[in-house]
Design a protein around this ligand. Sequence first.
Ligand code: FEO
Ligand code: CA
Ligand code: CA
Ligand code: CA
Length: 698
Amino acid sequence: MGKQGKHKMRKLLPLIRTSSSDTHPGGRSALTCLYRCGNACFHEAPNTSANEYVGDVIAGAVSRRSVMQAAAVVTVAAAAGSATVAAAPQAHAATDATAASYKPGNGKAARGLRFTPVAPNTADQVTVPDGYAQNVVVRWGEPILRGAPAFDPDNQSAAAQAGQFGYNNDYLTLLPLGHGKQLLVANHEYTDEVLMFRGYDAANPTREQVEIAWAAHGLSAVVVEESRKTGKLTVVPRHPLNRRVTATTEFRLTGPAAGSDLLKTSADPTGTKVLGTLNNCSGGTTPWGTSLHGEENFNQYFANSSRATDKRYGIGTGATERKWERFDKRFDVAQEPNEVHRFGYVVEFDPYDPASTPRKHTAIGRFKHEGATIRLTGDGRPVVYSGDDERFDYFYKFVSSKRMKRGTGRAVREHNLSLLDEGTLYVAKLTGDSPAIEIDGTGKLPSDGEFDGSGEWIPLATATAEGAVSHVDGMSADEVFVFTRLAGDKVGATKMDRPEDIEPNPNTGKVYVALTNNTNRGVGSNAPADEANPRNANKHGQILELTERWNRPESTKFAWLLFLVAGDPNDPATYFAGFPKDRVSPISCPDNVAFDPHGNLWISTDGAQLGHHDGLFGVATKGDRRGELKQFLTMPIGAETCGPIVQDRRVLVAVQHPGEISGATVENPASVWPDGPGRIVRPAVVAVWRKDGDDIGV
Ligand code: FEO
Ligand code: CA
Ligand code: CA
Ligand code: CA
């Protein structure tokens, strides 16, 4: 379990209770809204463009969500075999899980999904299936660099944090090292100051607290050692490849907009050097052995937007919640109007070279990138998929014009690190194939039995070695790459229900888009339901499956269908690829996705709205079990499930923002995960494996 610092035992304090009255419009805890998205759900969705949606829909019927909570009440103890393998003494008994519980069907589940599903619950722990075990691989504050001190939350410093694992781990990737070791890279999306600092005064943060928060953002690379007998992973502290990237690490802006006037600041007249990365949410792993990280809700770190050039990114007019602008003027848009243009990109990090300068790729556009995932064209060119996580925003792909080279030499590496700088950026437009009148906003399937249709990728701009060309009337290429949302508006891209992770299935080539929810769909003057976003006041989200024409990643046409329409399976407005709904687990708010070695889709949730905690689910994407969805694990109180990785022998998840419940503080915590009563709650990475040493789900 790595080297833990000595913790001072504290008096056991009462736990804050979770209640539905704590939740904000998007369904999350008020604390999550505040620190993660800058209260995005309280603002109007920033897409006010008059841009078309799928079909010309008759908006009408209201949500029927109220009738679907009538499912049986089950307890974890009574439910189908859940092993409560806790990392620590537990605070909350799981007694109030509501929703349908999975009933196994006849025959065997798809290979990779043969486990007894965990029942929905509200336990303050990671609950895994019977026959599985877990360990905490690495926690916030664990020293990973040489010289970093043991974690001591009451004597934390920015210098200590810069050598320790960061806060709020989100995307995870494991890269091979050989000799029983792997290189783990984690994103640290944001900080929860009230859960990090005893007696935190939000109106008057100290310089040290702000600098600790800067150091707790960014990325960590840490070498982990595999157990010979199990899927357990253990940190190798002080390994020379261990590295921290923070909100003050130097980055290079690359690609077509690098050096443009839009990216120049008083500190960087070249428009090519940026300090730090912020709000890295999900990401991807490249076939040439680097990691990609999406800068998501970057707007919330910038104050005083009166001089902001654009109004499409939700930058606030006043002070920020964290008040960083008091300590570094680059976060004050009134003083440094272009600094905010240097965030909102896909970041590329080379964890094999600890001296490398990470890059921000302007060619993939600037928006609230959830993540970025890659597949290669037949001739070896990378195609990157990326969603813009905002209500009524778009999803994109970038097709490189350069081919990946095989090999490990320095020149090959340098070539591959330039692949994402030249190519064409596209945005998705979807058209439904059912009559608009059949899409009534309730989620009722149209008469052809499927929410489906066709789509096209509309080119926005092309970057070449000689320069860049805009394909959008009235916008220069620089403007397209820096104000990409405006380019999507102008070409009539489809307004989606918050595009989160997008990932191609390496076994089939089909591409899956997690659309997490959109409670504003069809509400007031907002765009009504359409065939791809078929529920008004959509609380639970859906997953879209794209088939690119001829299964070629570079195609500009695709077919699409809704693979899952999430929610309680007892709710008639749900759909599980046609699989019998009495034989699936309930799921709400899909977010990060991943594939196991068998081609099953694994889905983590964020902000599930069915009365139980978030979790991780596996679902078959092909064969006669297609749509059979099973819950693999559940999260502690207040946590979202992130970064799933499913290898043959282990499942890895990031437990992000445990204890993030409105009103919780260090002194008055809502969760005691992972170390039990008296210890500070800590985001952490968990590995899960089969006790008998066999592969996951076989
Ligand atoms: Fe950081 Fe879209 O979740
Ligand atoms: Ca249809
Ligand atoms: Ca997320
Ligand atoms: Ca995600």
